[in-house]
Design a protein around this ligand. Structure first.
Ligand SMILES: NC(=O)C1=CN([C@@H]2O[C@H](COP(=O)(O)OP(=O)(O)OC[C@H]3O[C@@H](n4cnc5c(N)ncnc54)[C@H](O)[C@@H]3O)[C@@H](O)[C@H]2O)C=CC1
Ligand SMILES: O=C(O)C1=N[C@H](C(=O)O)C[C@H](O)C1
Length: 350
């Protein structure tokens, strides 16, 4: 962990090992090391307050977390590319990044470096509950961001709800309705759940939804084809495409999400979908929706093509700040949001 981050977020102290104002590198039972420092809790905002530090057991190490009610962000799914991109965006916005991240069961590394400036300690699923509860105890206003795997999305959402941790769920492929019910049922919980955090794509989704609500059946009899191309590591069908298809169905198109065509072969991504070669494996999301009239004389085509992931990461941080304002506003008439809500609130920056 960089000294800069540890100083402004927390003081990790191996008890009895580090003197005031000094730092040390410590080694856990697994062999992982963590640079820790000790110093006063820095007053960074009016919401921040210091108290007796919380003692915490992580990976065989005893550490202390300075207590504070300041907003901080725990990004889960590191070292995955999307979680790493969000962690970078958190640092760019100068928000405190929790130096722990939930990770997958098969991840071998114990730490990950974010842009070489901040180290994040990786927490396997079997330790997730204990670590999250302790972070919540010391940092009640922590918000979790989830960019993990379709297979872990609901389990993680349930864990956040159990621990009373508000969250932004970017992971697709889970049961979003179940997440929404769980949040709605738990007092004090707030969440944003959405398959796409890119401001302009959210605006497109909203436009299609509004068109479907205002003109249901307008495309009755038309045929629809949907093709989406992503990096070959993507496990699920695009959650964004599924959401847009829901609007097309309301517009009268007879289409099932199983008919969405997935392109995961790098050569096809380049030759058929025109994905730039440098984005094929590193990360892309190219979507084409084509509608044809029954006699073939009228055609509509919508596309949204994204190379890289930065646009989602920026939107995710917008969602975190939106949630923080919602829970601080004292009005709990709505506690579960999507990105269209975030866009409507004027909270999306770029
Ligand atoms: N909402 C949005 O705007 C966007 C959503 N996504 C979604 O985000 C998710 C992640 O995307 P990628 O990073 O490309 O996926 P990836 O599969 O490359 O990485 C996933 C990471 O999650 C970790 N993981 C697996 N099980 C876990 C668990 N139980 N707890 C914590 N971490 C766990 C893995 O170790 C890995 O590091 C996907 O569902 C993707 O569809 C991606 C981009 C934008
Ligand atoms: O896995 C991705 O990469 C993406 N996933 C989201 C989805 O499933 O729609 C958003 C975007 O397509 C990138």
């Amino acid at each position: 962990m960089s000294q800069a981050r540890s100083a402004d977020w927390m003081a990790f102290v191996p008890l009895g090992a580090v003197g005031e104002g000094s730092s040390a590198r410590i080694r856990g039972r697994s062999g992982a090391t963590l640079v820790v420092s000790r110093g006063p809790c820095v007053r960074a905002s009016s919401r921040r307050r210091c108290g007796v530090p919380l003692r915490m057991q992580v990976d065989g190490m005893e550490v202390q977390i300075e207590r504070s009610d300041e907003l901080c962000v725990m990004v889960n799914g590191v070292p995955g590319p999307m979680a790493t991109e969000v962690a970078r965006a958190v640092l760019r916005r100068k928000l405190p990044l929790v130096p722990f991240a939930l990770t997958g069961p098969s991840v071998a590394q114990h730490e990950a470096s974010i842009d070489g400036s901040s180290e994040v300690k990786l927490v396997k699923p079997d330790a997730a509950r204990s670590v999250l509860k302790q972070i919540k105890a010391a940092r009640p206003n922590v918000v979790c961001v989830d960019y993990t795997h379709p297979s872990s999305a609901n389990a993680n959402a349930s864990l956040y709800a159990e621990c009373g941790v508000c969250y932004v769920m970017g992971t697709t492929g889970g049961d979003a309705d179940a997440m929404r019910r769980e949040v709605a049922d738990k007092a004090g919980m707030f969440a944003v759940v959405a398959p796409n955090m890119a401001k302009q794509i959210v605006a497109f989704q909203a436009a299609m939804k509004i068109m479907a609500e205002q003109f249901p059946g307008a495309f009755e009899g038309y045929t629809l084809t949907v093709v989406e191309s992503h990096q070959s590591t993507k496990a699920d069908t695009s959650g964004t495409a599924k959401a847009v298809v829901a609007s097309f169905k309301q517009l009268g198109l007879d289409f099932d999400v199983d008919q969405i065509e997935k392109v995961r072969d790098p050569e096809q991504s380049i030759s058929r979908m025109r994905v730039p070669a440098d984005a094929v494996s590193s990360g892309h999301a190219f979507h084409t929706y084509h509608l044809s009239s029954p006699d073939g004389s009228v055609h509509f085509e919508f596309q949204h093509n994204v190379a890289g992931r930065r646009v989602y990461a920026e939107g995710t941080v917008d969602a975190v700040q939106f949630l923080d304002r919602q829970r601080g506003s004292g009005s709990a008439s709505q506690t579960v949001f999507d990105m269209i809500d975030v866009l409507r609130s004027g909270s999306m920056k770029s």
